[in-house]
Design a protein around this ligand. Structure first.
Ligand SMILES: Cc1cc2nc3c(=O)[nH]c(=O)nc-3n(C[C@H](O)[C@H](O)[C@H](O)COP(=O)(O)OP(=O)(O)OC[C@H]3O[C@@H](n4cnc5c(N)ncnc54)[C@H](O)[C@@H]3O)c2cc1C
Length: 829
C-alpha cells in the first residue's frame, strides 16, 4: 500500500526547529498567494529519507487553507558541496518552467541564513502517494505494471530534458562522470574504513580496480551525458492520489550533469539487492526471479525506459553500470556504519548493520561481474499489453504508444493530453480559489489579470482553440484565402485555427478542461464562444469572419448567443418572438432575451441573435440569425441571472432587451430564413462539448471523493473502508465509463456521418452526460459531508452547472423525443 504524502509528515525534530514568525514574514513577502492574516498555522516534518530537513507548512486564513513544503539545509557545520538546496531550487525551477518533467513548482529561494538559520526554499505541496516498498505490496498486478512503467517514463522524461535550452548547461561536467565518481567513492570508502572504523573489505579495493579498467568509452565521450537525478528510485516519486501516474519527482540533492546510465542502473538496483537497511539479504548476482505478479522483469523495465528515452539497448555496458551502482551503494553504507561506530550516525540503530550491508553489495557486485551474460541481446519483444486497449482506467494506461482501436487516441492527441493535464495541474487548479474569490467580491464583473496571462501561456504552449474541427478550419481558410492572398496574414490566421483535430480527438482533451469551471476559457474553448465561432467558421462570409471571428479566435473578445426568451417556451425555437425587420440597408431588432450566457463579460463584443424575419414563411423558415455589436444603441442589459445563487461572474447569464436596435443588413448570417439550419449546425458540436466537459467534471468528482474517503475517518475507520462507500464509488465509475463511451461514440459519428445522421446519438449523450455527472457529483458531495455543499470545494459549483445542462441546449425531454422518433422510424423502415 502506498503512503499518502501527508502521512509521511510528523513531529518536528527539535534540533531542526526554526523561527516560524520569521518564516511567515518571509513567505508573505515572497510567495505569491501566500495566505495573509493567518488564523491557524501548523508545521510538521517529513521523516522519510530526507538528508535536507523538509517540512510541511499548512497556513489557514479563515476557511482558506494552503499547504507548502519547505526544504532547508540542516543546522550546523556542513561540507561545502553537500546539502546544496540552492542547486535543488535551480534544477526544479528550470524543469518546472520549461519542461514536462513532473516536479513540484518552486515559489522562492532564500539564501539569507539570517531568516531561519540556513538557506531554504519553498515549493508546492503535492498531495499524492509514495510507494516506499518497490515490491508494491497490496497493489493489484495490473496496477503494479502501470506504476513501474510510469516510473521508467518519469526517469526518461528527466533524461530527455535539453539542459542547454533550459539554462542548466553549466549545472555540472558532462564527461568522465563515472570516472570521477569511481575515484570519489573509492576515496570515501578508504576514509570510512580501517582501524576504529568500519571493516575494510579487500574485495572492495579489487572492485575499484575492475571499475577503473572497465569504464565505458561513452562516459569519457559524454555520449550518454545529460541531466542526472542522482538518487532516482520509486520512493522519491510522488504518484497522483488515485491515478497511476507520476505527479512529482523529489529529492534532487545529488542531481548534476553526467552519465545518465548511472541513474538507470541505480533505479534497477532493487532487482538485485534490498537497498533499505532493514533487510540484510544479499544476492547471488542474478536478478530476483520471483517478483510479485505484475512487477516487470528487469529487461522489461529497462526496455520501457529505453523506448521512452529513445536509448539503445545497453547490453554491452550493463555489467559496468550495475557493478558501479553496487560499488557506490557499498561505499555509502560503509560511511553510515563508520559514523555509527563513531557515535554520530543519522540512520538510528539500524546503522549498526550498514557494514554488513556494504559487504553484501560488494559480494553481489562480484557475482554479477562473473556472470557470462547479464542482459538478453535484444530488448524483450513488444508484447501486446493489456493496458494498450483503450482510454479507460488510469491515466498512465493511455500514456503508452497507442495501437489501433476505435477509442485509442493518436500519439499527437496523447501528447496534447499530457500537456493539458500538466497545464491544469501547474496553472489552473492552483488559481481556482483566487478566481472564485474575485467572482464573489464587489469586483466580480472584472477579469482576473492572471486569466489573460494564462491565456497567453496556453497559446504559447499550443493549447489554443483545440476545439476547432479540421473541416471547419478548412472552410474558413477557403473563404478567406481561396483566391490566393497575403501569405503572412494566412500564416497568422492558420495559427489561430487549432491543431487540426477531429471532434473525437478533441473529446479526449475537452474532458480534461471540464475538470475545472474556469479552465475552458483559458484555452479559448469555453461556451458559448466555441459554438459562436463554429457558426462563423461554417456560415460566415469573408467580411464577417474578418470582423467578428478573428478577434474571437485571438481571445481578444467574447460573445453571447441570444435565442431563449422569457415569455415563450424556448425549447421549441419556433415559439421565438423577437423580430428582425429589414429597413433599407439595416435590420431593426425588437425583443426580449434571457439566459444569454457570456453577455455580462466586459470583453463581450458580439451577440448572435436569433429572431423572426418573416412570419408568413413556413414554420422552420421564419427564423434568422444576425450578428449584433453588444454596444449598439437600443440594447439594455437588464440583469444577471443566477443559477442556485451562482451568477457565474464575470461571464454571467444576462437578461437583455432589444428596442429598435439597428444593425447593418450584411450582418445577417447566411441569409434570411436560415436560422434553424444554422442552429442545427451550431448545436451539434456545442452540445457534445458540454458532454465532454461533464465527463471531466465527473472525473474530478470521482477523484475528490476517493481522496476524501481515504483521509477521513468515521466510526473507527476510513470512509473508504465502509461498504456503502465502496458500492457507491463503483456504481459511479460504471456510469462514468458508460457515458464516456457514448460521448466518444457520438463525436466519432459526428466526424464520420455528419451532424444530421449523428443526431440521435448526440441526443443520447446530451441526456446521459448531465445525469451521470449529477449522480457522481452528488455522491462526491455526500462523501464530503457539509463541506461538499459549501463554497469551499468546487463540487457544488460543478453540480449546479451540470444541473443546468439538463435544461440548457435543449431539455432532456426534447432529446428523449429525438431518440424515440429515431427508434420508431427504424422499425417502420
Ligand atoms: C445556465 C444556463 C445557460 C443558458 N445559456 C443560454 C444561452 O447562452 N443562450 C440561449 O439562448 N439560451 C440559454 N439558456 C436557455 C436554455 O437553452 C433554455 O432554458 C432551454 O432551451 C429551455 O427553454 P425554456 O427555459 O424556455 O424552457 P421551456 O421551453 O419552457 O421548457 C420547460 C420544460 O418543459 C418541458 N418540455 C419542453 N419540451 C418538452 C417536450 N417536447 N416533451 C416533454 N416535455 C417538454 C421540459 O421539462 C422543460 O424543461 C441557458 C439556460 C441556462 C439554465
Amino acid at each position: 500500500m502506498a503512503n499518502r504524502t501527508s502521512d509521511l509528515a510528523g513531529r518536528v525534530d527539535p534540533a531542526q526547529s526554526f523561527d516560524i514568525e520569521a518564516l511567515l514574514r518571509y513567505a508573505s513577502a515572497n510567495v505569491h498567494g501566500f495566505p495573509s492574516n493567518i488564523s491557524n498555522f501548523t508545521l510538521s516534518q517529513f521523516g522519510h529519507g530526507q538528508s535536507n530537513p523538509t517540512f510541511l507548512i499548512e497556513a489557514r486564513s479563515g476557511t482558506f487553507a494552503k499547504k507548502y513544503v519547505l526544504r532547508k539545509k540542516p543546522h550546523g557545520k556542513l561540507l561545502a558541496s553537500a546539502h546544496a538546496v540552492e542547486r535543488e531550487y535551480e534544477v526544479l525551477h528550470a524543469l518546472g518552467t520549461h519542461t514536462q518533467v513532473p516536479v513540484p513548482k518552486v515559489f522562492c529561494l532564500c539564501t539569507d541564513s539570517s531568516v531561519i538559520g540556513t538557506p531554504f526554499y519553498i515549493m508546492e505541496y503535492l498531495e499524492g502517494r509514495i510507494f516506499i516498498d518497490p515490491n508494491l505490496p497490496d497493489v493489484s498486478p495490473k496496477r503494479r505494471r502501470d506504476i513501474c512503467r510510469a516510473v521508467s517514463q518519469a526517469l526518461a522524461s528527466i533524461h530527455s530534458a535539453n539542459v542547454d535550452a533550459i539554462g542548466l548547461g553549466n549545472y555540472g561536467k558532462r564527461k568522465d562522470y563515472c570516472k570521477r565518481q569511481v575515484e570519489r567513492w573509492a576515496k570515501q570508502y578508504l576514509l570510512s574504513t580501517g582501524e576504529g572504523k568500519s571493516r575494510r573489505n579487500p574485495k572492495m579495493l579489487e572492485l575499484v580496480d575492475w571499475l577503473r579498467q572497465h569504464i565505458p568509452l561513452e562516459d569519457s565521450l559524454g555520449e550518454t551525458a545529460g541531466l542526472v537525478h542522482g538518487d532516482f528510485r520509486i520512493d522519491n516519486v510522488v504518484f497522483h492520489p488515485t491515478e497511476d501516474r507520476v505527479i512529482g519527482i523529489l529529492d534532487w540533492e545529488l542531481s548534476t550533469l553526467g552519465n545518465q546510465m548511472s541513474d538507470v542502473a541505480y533505479s534497477c538496483l532493487s532487482y538485485f539487492v534490498n537497498i533499505s537497511l532493514e533487510d540484510l539479504d544479499g544476492s547471488d548476482g542474478f536478478e530476483r526471479s520471483s517478483f510479485p505478479e505484475g512487477i516487470p522483469s528487469l529487461p522489461e523495465y529497462l526496455a520501457d525506459y529505453c523506448s521512452a528515452a529513445g536509448r539503445p539497448w545497453p547490453v554491452d555496458q550493463w555489467k559496468f553500470y550495475i557493478a558501479f551502482s553496487l560499488f557506490r551503494g557499498a561505499s555509502i553504507f560503509a560511511g553510515i556504519h563508520s559514523r555509527w561506530i563513531m557515535g554520530n550516525a543519522s540512520g538510528g540503530e539500524r546503522a549498526q548493520f550498514a557494514g554488513e550491508k556494504a559487504d553484501s553489495f560488494i559480494k553481489t557486485a562480484w557475482l554479477f561481474i562473473q556472470r557470462k551474460s547479464v542482459l538478453p541481446l535484444h530488448p524483450p519483444s513488444e508484447t501486446i499489453r493489456e493496458d494498450k486497449i483503450g482510454i479507460f482506467g488510469s491515466e498512465s494506461q493511455i500514456q503508452v504508444t497507442p495501437t489501433s482501436g476505435k477509442f485509442v487516441p493518436s500519439e499527437k492527441v496523447q501528447d496534447l493530453r499530457d500537456k493539458l493535464i500538466k497545464f491544469m495541474e501547474d496553472h489552473i487548479y492552483p488559481k481556482e480559489s483566487d478566481f472564485y474569490k474575485l467572482a464573489q467580491s464587489t469586483m466580480r464583473w472584472t477579469i482576473h489579470p492572471d486569466e489573460e496571462k494564462l491565456k497567453d501561456l496556453a497559446k504559447r504552449e499550443g493549447l489554443w482553440n483545440l476545439w476547432i474541427p479540421f473541416d471547419s478550419a478548412a472552410r474558413a481558410r477557403e473563404v478567406i484565402f481561396g483566391s490566393g492572398n497575403d501569405s503572412l496574414v494566412e500564416n497568422k490566421f492558420n495559427r489561430l485555427l487549432g491543431a487540426g483535430l477531429s471532434n473525437l480527438e478533441y473529446g479526449y482533451l475537452c474532458e480534461i478542461m471540464g475538470r475545472s469551471i474556469c479552465a475552458p476559457q483559458i484555452f479559448n474553448c469555453g461556451a458559448p464562444d466555441t459554438g459562436n465561432m463554429e457558426v462563423l467558421l461554417r456560415y460566415g462570409n469573408e467580411e464577417q469572419i474578418k470582423e467578428w471571428l478573428v478577434p474571437l479566435l485571438e481571445g481578444k473578445t467574447r460573445s453571447g448567443f441570444a435565442m431563449t426568451e422569457p415569455q415563450v417556451a424556448s425549447s421549441d425555437a419556433t415559439n421565438i418572438e423577437c423580430s428582425i425587420k429589414r429597413h433599407g440597408d439595416s435590420y431593426i431588432i425588437n425583443g426580449k432575451k434571457w439566459w444569454t450566457s457570456g453577455a455580462m463579460d466586459p470583453r463581450c463584443k458580439l451577440l448572435i441573435v436569433m429572431g423572426k424575419t418573416d412570419l408568413t414563411a413556413p414554420k422552420h423558415k421564419q427564423q434568422s440569425m444576425i450578428l449584433v455589436d453588444i454596444n449598439t444603441p437600443g440594447i439594455t442589459i437588464k440583469r444577471p441571472l443566477t443559477v442556485f445563487g451562482f451568477d457565474d461572474a464575470p461571464h454571467g447569464h444576462a437578461e437583455i432587451f432589444f428596442e429598435n436596435v439597428s444593425v447593418p443588413a450584411n450582418n445577417i448570417l447566411l441569409g434570411e430564413g436560415r436560422g434553424f439550419e444554422i442552429a442545427q449546425g451550431r448545436l451539434g458540436p456545442g452540445r457534445l462539448h458540454h458532454c465532454m466537459r461533464l465527463i471531466g467534471a465527473a472525473e474530478r468528482g470521482m477523484q475528490m471523493m476517493v481522496q476524501r474517503a481515504l483521509e477521513r475517518r468515521a466510526f473507527g475507520k476510513l470512509i473508504a473502508e465502509h461498504g456503502a462507500f465502496l458500492s457507491d464509488v463503483a456504481k459511479c465509475r460504471i456510469e462514468l465509463e458508460k457515458t464516456r463511451l457514448l460521448v466518444l461514440e457520438a463525436a466519432d459519428q459526428l466526424d464520420r456521418l455528419g451532424n444530421k445522421k449523428a443526431r440521435a446519438t448526440i441526443a443520447m449523450a446530451k441526456v446521459a452526460a448531465p445525469n451521470m455527472a449529477l449522480m457522481v457529483l452528488d455522491t462526491a458531495m455526500q462523501v464530503h459531508g457539509a463541506a461538499g455543499v459549501s463554497g469551499d470545494t468546487v463540487l457544488a459549483h460543478l453540480w449546479a452547472t451540470a444541473r443546468t445542462l439538463r435544461i440548457a441546449d435543449g431539455p432532456d425531454e426534447v432529446h428523449l423525443g429525438t431518440i424515440a422518433k429515431t427508434e420508431l422510424r427504424k422499425s417502420r423502415l
